[in-house]
Design a protein around this ligand. Structure first.
Ligand SMILES: *Cc1c(COP(=O)(O)O)cnc(C)c1O
Length: 639
């Protein structure tokens, strides 16, 4: 029965795309990304970018948007996190077990394993592909771990984002060049090519080569590639963009310019930028070879136009042709079953077909307080049970100190206002901001009548020592007895833990230093579960904050604020608004004012921050015009 319904879903012509009369000329969109967060069992993602890419494909499948994913297959996935008793993160790898995943090797025309060859570092590297279906969307994952390859090449895809630039550039070369070739091998001729972040920009170069080898001039090839290309940038700071020394690129690419009919310097000019002629910038290359470019939230579009203004010296920066498509999250993945059930009851059984109807989302404002609160408490208990079990397992047999178990959250109390903070431990995300006044935080946490508990999770990049230091400082407070077990750390943040947290905490905390968060998506996941967020006005929150579905840490008139100011605002919002609201109960012990915020969070998330809305924007504003190879005017900024 379930399978029959699923099959119907995969083959039916009644899709969002068909219902809206949108035609993509029968050819798919190729979506390239260095990581995909599709499911916990396939650990080829590190964080937000990968999970977003996974949500993109899942929504495309739901909506009948023809798309194929292209990525890399990392044998050891991303690292597993262990935090020692001293709070220092150690990284370990487990080779992941293919048997437990829906991944199949890609076969060639006569059934043998499909293999292509990519020239790199002066020798041929054999590349094979694995195929995985995400609903009706195929994803091709490239892999060089083949016996014919030199040991160094076999190990290329061992790990995601590990190793220095020498390894990364080779991974990215394989992704771009090998990715185009695998699509050709399976007979796919995409109408649109989408590079999700600069890691995939060599895909544009490989397509230049195809056009030139097919007889086009270099200029003709550039125009042809640009016309059908979409590029999404995710990083608001210059240092976050990949770049490689020119001689490094030359070592990897070889004299690729000869097959492009140009000389060396003209090839490098694709990726150099004013003020830096020594490095090849992946984002710059993508900006030059994709006619349609977007940032991932309204403020990030603006930041990106400013960041890349030097590439368009003839324009005022406001007219730099970079628009935005605000990120969104895949509702069926992130909204808890209990909340979905509540909505089905309240909005009618077919509510999922009307996710793009904002009037429907207005109706969640009349959700029954008691029912929403009950559903939330149920999810909170699931989180509690997980955390307690996890603490028990982690310290079974090595129980050195009771404080360690406390720090892992064994004292989690479902009656206490619970705040979740889970994300990569990059310093700009400021996980330690709420510790800037220890006494004040301690008073909040240990108030006997109205206590607060905070649960942290997140990995620091293995090479990010400052990030690991922030993690360590946070971790030490989990074991400080004066906090009475009210600060906890959950190890090894991944999609599974993300689910439990965004569904089970009372409020979501997000403290990026403005304007360094391009979008952020975990707060959207929380909102879809009726979990309001407290955040600086950055990324999606700057765009979405409506004064009702959460709380905002204000910025000064110039759009910035200091750490001290932000910490002060954060404490005050907690002390003066959130804690009183949470503990003000009616005769049934329901915090009506708090549940009001929950209803607004749910409405906000549903109306504006689902991946379905995101994909609809991509289809209408980017994919459809690109599929017509329409170069008439580049995308204007959409403000
Ligand atoms: C959603 C998600 C992220 C991204 O969250 P941000 O708010 O963008 O930091 C990272 N990791 C996992 C596992 C996620 O599910």
């Amino acid at each position: 029965m379930v399978m029959a319904a699923f099959h119907h879903h995969l083959t039916t012509g009644d899709t969002w795309l068909a219902r809206h009369g949108l035609e993509l000329d029968g050819r798919p969109i190729a979506y390239f990304c260095a990581e995909f967060g599709l499911h916990n069992s396939v650990p080829i993602y590190s964080g937000g970018l990968g999970v977003l890419a996974g949500d993109h494909l899942k929504s495309a499948s739901d909506m009948g948007v023809p798309i194929v994913g292209v990525g890399l297959f990392y044998t050891n996935g991303y690292f597993d996190q262990k935090v020692n008793l001293d709070g220092w993160q150690t990284d370990s790898d487990e080779v992941f077990d293919l048997a437990g995943t829906p991944i199949q090797p890609l076969a060639g025309p006569s059934g043998e394993e499909w293999i292509t060859v990519v020239e790199t570092s002066g020798r041929p590297v054999h590349v094979r592909a694995w195929k995985m279906m995400v609903g009706r969307v195929p994803v091709y994952l490239l892999d060089t771990n083949l016996e014919v390859n030199a040991a160094e090449d076999r190990a290329l895809m061992n790990k995601l984002y590990a190793g220095g630039p020498q390894l990364r550039i080779r991974q990215e070369w394989i992704l771009g060049v090998g990715g185009v070739r695998v699509l050709r091998a399976v007979g796919i001729d995409p109408a649109v090519w989408h590079a999700n972040e600069g890691h995939a920009a060599f895909m544009f170069v490989e397509r230049l080569r195809e056009h030139v080898e097919g007889g086009a001039s270099f200029e003709g090839a550039v125009n042809a590639v640009r016309a059908r290309s979409v590029f999404t940038t995710h990083t608001p700071v210059p240092a976050g963009h990949d770049f490689f020394a020119l001689d490094e690129l030359e070592r990897v690419s070889g004299p690729v310019w000869t097959s492009l009919g140009i000389d060396r310097s003209r090839f490098f000019a694709l990726g150099t930028m004013p003020g830096d002629a020594q490095n090849f910038h992946m984002t710059v290359c993508a900006l030059r070879l994709a006619a349609r470019v977007n940032g991932v939230s309204r403020p990030h579009g603006q930041v990106s136009r400013h960041l890349w203004r030097d590439l368009w010296p003839d324009r005022p920066w406001e007219a730099v042709p970079i628009g935005h498509v605000t990120n969104g999250v895949h509702l069926p993945t992130w909204m808890a079953g209990a909340i979905q059930g509540l909505l089905a009851e309240h909005l009618g059984p077919n509510w999922t077909e009307h996710i793009d109807d904002s009037a429907m989302w207005d109706r969640v404002l009349s959700l029954d307080h008691a029912k929403l609160w009950q559903a939330h408490l149920w999810l909170k208990r699931i989180l509690r049970d997980f955390i307690r079990e996890d603490a028990r397992h982690r310290f079974a047999g090595q129980l050195k100190e009771a404080a360690a178990v406390v720090g892992a959250g064994a004292l989690f109390d479902p009656d206490v206002l619970t705040i979740g903070f889970a994300r990569r431990f990059a310093t700009y995300k400021r996980a330690n901001l709420i510790f800037s006044d220890i006494d004040r935080l301690r008073r909040l946490c240990t108030n006997p009548d109205r206590p607060v508990q905070v649960i942290f999770a997140g990995k620091a990049h293995p090479a990010d020592t400052p990030g690991k230091e922030v993690l360590q400082s946070v971790y030490r407070y989990t074991r400080d007895p004066s906090f009475e077990g009210r600060i906890a750390f959950v190890e090894d943040y991944d999609m599974h833990i993300a689910h439990l947290l965004v569904q089970g905490v009372d409020a979501w905390l997000n403290l990026p230093r403005v304007p360094l968060e391009a979008s952020g998506t975990s707060g959207m996941k929380a909102a879809l579960n009726g979990v309001p967020q407290l955040s600086t006005l950055d990324g999606w929150w700057q765009e979405g904050y409506d004064g009702l579905g959460g709380w905002a840490i204000p910025t000064g008139a110039d759009g910035t604020s200091s750490d001290a100011q932000d910490a002060e605002s954060c404490y005050r919002l907690l002390e003066e608004q959130m804690v009183p609201l949470y503990y003000t109960r009616d005769g049934r012990d329901i915090p009506l004012g708090w549940v009001e915020r929950m209803r607004h969070a749910l409405r906000l998330g549903g109306r504006r921050f689902t991946a379905q809305r995101m994909l609809a924007d991509y289809v209408r504003e980017y994919y459809l015009p690109a599929s017509r190879a329409d170069l008439a005017g580049d995308v204007p900024p959409t403000d």
